[in-house]
Write a protein that binds this ligand. Structure first.
Ligand code: TMP
Length: 234
């Protein structure tokens, strides 16, 4: 399979064409940004670790019947994915309060939630990915009602599956962000699932094993990602 021209470069990944018009190569960089790129840095080998972690999670979700863009792990920093048209909506589920929810509602980090909170954000870096609701999505034609319903159903399924998956590894899934794409008229899970896009706290110690170590300069970032990789690889 031939690697073709670069078609997109984001903050943490690059997409390249392949000789198959339906497939792209997703390349994982070591670059990290936070707070809408106000903070920038690199995390040694993050790309390699996130590629492996995402592979494990996509394989697990596919095995449970969830459609994803994942095709195969190619090498350290690259996976082969289906080419999709990205829906311009980011989906977040929160099982416990952290990050922007604490700022939004004035609650303590770690506050228990009596049920998961589902959020939509408009995928617009220039606006700082603002929180929106279904009316905004429909009024701006970002997705149809049918697509929204599918995205919500899949996201709740991913939450149920991933909570159990990580709990088996003694990790609590605090929250996560998903992106979806359109492929041959169907909604499928896209982007990546890694400690860049999930908050994971070790059960018992509450040790943070995710990008909050970078966001808040907590140290031992590489070790935290490596720990997640080691656990998901078991
Ligand atoms: P937040 O608390 O900063 O809104 O983040 C919620 C979850 O979404 C957290 O697991 C980190 C993830 N996330 C991303 O993957 N990309 C982003 O741009 C942001 C803001 C959050």
């Amino acid at each position: 399979m031939e690697k073709g021209e670069k078609i997109y470069e984001g903050k943490a990944k690059i997409l390249y064409k392949t000789d198959n018009p339906d497939q792209l190569i997703q390349y994982f960089k070591d670059d990290a940004t936070a707070f809408n790129a106000a903070k920038k840095g690199t995390v040694a080998e993050k790309g390699v670790m996130n590629n492996k972690i995402s592979t494990k999670i996509f394989e697990f979700l596919e095995s449970q019947g969830l459609p994803t863009h994942f095709v195969e792990h190619l090498n350290d920093r690259e996976m082969l994915v289906k080419k999709v048209e990205i829906v311009l909506v980011e989906v977040i589920i929160r099982n416990r309060a952290a990050g922007s929810l604490c700022r939004l509602l004035g609650i303590e980090e770690g506050t228990k939630l009596s049920q998961p909170i589902f959020e939509f954000c408009y995928k617009r870096d220039d606006l700082g990915d603002p929180l929106i609701n279904e009316d905004h999505i429909l009024a701006l034609s970002l997705a149809t009602q049918e697509e929204i319903d599918t995205i919500k159903k899949y996201t709740h399924q991913v939450n149920d599956l991933m909570r159990k998956f990580f709990l088996n590894l003694n990790l609590e899934l605090i929250d996560f962000k998903l992106e979806f794409g359109r492929h041959k008229g169907k909604i499928i899970l896209a982007d990546e699932i890694s400690p860049d896009t999930c908050r994971l706290w070790e059960v018992g110690t509450g040790n943070k094993l995710d990008k909050d170590r970078f966001r808040h300069d907590l140290g031992n970032i590489e070790e935290a990602y490596q720990e997640v990789l080691t656990r998901v690889s078991k």
